[in-house]
Design a protein around this ligand. Structure first.
Ligand SMILES: NC(=O)C1=CN([C@@H]2O[C@H](COP(=O)(O)OP(=O)(O)OC[C@H]3O[C@@H](n4cnc5c(N)ncnc54)[C@H](O)[C@@H]3O)[C@@H](O)[C@H]2O)[C@@H](O)CC1
Ligand SMILES: Nc1ncnc2c1ncn2[C@@H]1O[C@H](COP(=O)(O)OP(=O)(O)O)[C@@H](O)[C@H]1O
Length: 454
């Protein structure tokens, strides 16, 4: 605990200097609960005292405060106070990773009275450690300091955690239960043409999307596929004209050829659903795609059709990726997503035998038999119409290049989030509004940026 608290105190000292210009003479408040999390805060307070910081602590359960930590703080000259006053920074040591539920009223009252930035110890108290859900009063931290490794809650509750800082405590940690690809891992797997490649060798993507009503969705899905890799994109459906007007390089047809007809063109991976509507025609196209033996992404209206008739998947063996938002996942499973988005995605993945990419600020990728993955958006500017259509096209492009479903989904979401950040500009706290078209235009720059990390 002392090693962890030492690292925590170093981060707090650095933040004091960055935010106030000094360490000595500054004030830090501690909110201390009954467990080890409170102990970490108390020990860190003791170390900060040695650097001339005034440290006040509120004990939320005075009888159960960590005895050694409390003794250390007192010995170092820290004060136990009934209220925090006006510190420069506050350490949240109320509950740790084994806590559950929102803040209790007394803790919530102290937190509500704080004007200073809060540094959370391990996780912001009141946020559910398993799901990242915030179901009542909870700390919203400027920074969360955790020990040894990031935990799932740091990805799931990014907005409550603020920045994350991992303090090395010299332990051999188990592999995280929620995997996250790094920029370099995405870049290393991205399909890149070599000297012997030509337009067919990197995979042909088939996009069945759009309708008279939703012409733009077809353009965005096709654009997502075209912008993600070299290789051919074929588009089928009621908005084929709009696609070729925008992308002369796309091969288009108004109808989907019968696979048995002999004239069926080669497609290595499919995207079906964006803007295609839920008509009988759309249903028969979806059925025809799902009957082919090629990896497929089903999105948007395709998901609504599949939810209404799961028998569309009968006999299917080839890899399948479903890309629902929360509303579409609820349609697929018949129940609201709830707070535990990992469990909801995993349940749908098992039910449909598919990789499920559940979209959102934290996008979850669940695949049968594999650890769930997360992609953190780090900004919310992508919450605008049509951005999901682009993601479907990007995922289909990676599937058609031969990537396994789980990787294709995670890599597409990763690059999509990067494109949103490039288009919006700035960091998590700033940037400006973007349209789906602007996100799409930034996809090549996102891939370049990822590849430059190699
Ligand atoms: N320019 C275009 O042509 C566009 C076409 N689009 C296509 O339009 C078709 C229909 O889209 P709709 O937006 O009507 O259908 P949705 O199924 O996306 O939305 C229907 C309802 O679902 C719920 N919902 C939507 N997003 C949710 C979320 N993240 N969490 C929880 N609930 C949510 C809302 O109650 C919403 O009213 C789709 O095929 C889509 O691909 C959209 O992508 C937008 C752009
Ligand atoms: N609050 C948010 N923060 C970050 N990304 C978001 C947020 N809300 C939605 N997104 C992303 O924007 C896209 C929206 O997709 P979707 O809901 O299918 O919209 P559409 O059907 O209009 O294209 C997804 O990639 C999703 O992850």
């Amino acid at each position: 605990m002392r090693r962890a608290a030492w690292g925590l105190a170093a981060v707090v000292a650095r933040e004091l200097r960055a935010r106030t210009g000094a360490i000595t003479g500054r004030r830090v408040g501690l909110l201390v609960g009954s467990g080890d999390n409170g102990g970490d805060a108390l020990w860190a307070g003791a170390f900060l005292r040695r650097r001339g910081v005034a440290v006040d602590a509120v004990l939320l359960s005075p009888d159960r405060a960590h005895p050694a930590g409390l003794a250390a703080l007192r010995a170092a000259g820290g004060r136990i106070v009934p209220r925090l006053g006006e510190p420069d920074l506050v350490l949240d040591g109320i509950v740790g990773i084994s806590g559950h539920g929102p803040l209790r009223p007394a803790a919530a009252e102290h937190v509500a009275g704080i004007g200073a930035p809060i540094i959370a110890v391990d996780l912001p108290s009141g946020v559910d450690p398993g799901s990242g859900a915030v179901q009542g009063p909870a700390v919203r931290a400027a920074l969360t300091v955790t020990f040894g490794a990031r935990k799932p809650v740091h990805a799931l509750a990014g907005e409550s955690c603020g920045d994350i800082e991992v303090v090395d405590i010299g332990l051999e940690l188990l592999s995280p239960s929620l995997a996250e690809l790094t920029d370099a891992e995405v870049a290393a797997r991205w399909p890149v043409p070599g000297p012997r490649d030509h337009k067919y060798t990197l995979g042909v993507t088939g996009v069945v999307a759009g309708s008279a009503r939703y012409r733009g969705a077809a353009v965005l899905a096709a654009g997502g596929a075209i912008s993600s890799k070299s290789g051919m994109v074929r588009c089928f459906g009621g908005a084929a004209g709009a696609v070729v007007e925008r992308y002369p390089e796309a091969l288009v047809a108004d109808d989907l050829p019968d696979p048995g007809s002999g004239s069926s063109p080669r497609v290595d991976g499919w995207v079906a659903g964006p803007g295609m509507g839920t008509s009988e025609q759309a249903r028969s196209w979806l059925e025809a795609v799902l009957q082919r033996d090629a990896p497929t992404v089903v999105d948007a209206d395709g998901l609504t059709l599949l939810a209404a008739d799961p028998s569309l998947l009968r006999g299917r063996q080839a890899p399948l990726v479903l890309t629902p938002h929360d509303g579409e996942l609820a349609r697929l499973t018949g129940e609201p997503v709830g707070d535990d988005r990992i469990a909801a995605a995993a349940g749908a993945s098992r039910r449909y035998g598919a990789t499920v990419l559940l979209k959102g600020h934290a996008t979850i990728i669940a695949s049968p038999g594999s650890a769930p993955m997360v992609v953190r958006a780090r900004s919310s500017w992508a919450a605008t119409p049509g951005t999901g259509d682009i993601l479907a096209g990007m995922t289909g492009a990676l599937l058609s290049a031969g990537l396994p479903a789980r990787e294709a989904a995670a890599m597409a979401a990763h690059a999509h989030a990067r494109a949103a950040r490039i288009a919006a500009g700035g960091g998590p706290a700033d940037g400006g509004p973007i349209s789906a078209s602007q996100l799409l235009a930034a996809v090549p720059a996102a891939i370049r940026a990822l590849r430059s990390t190699q």
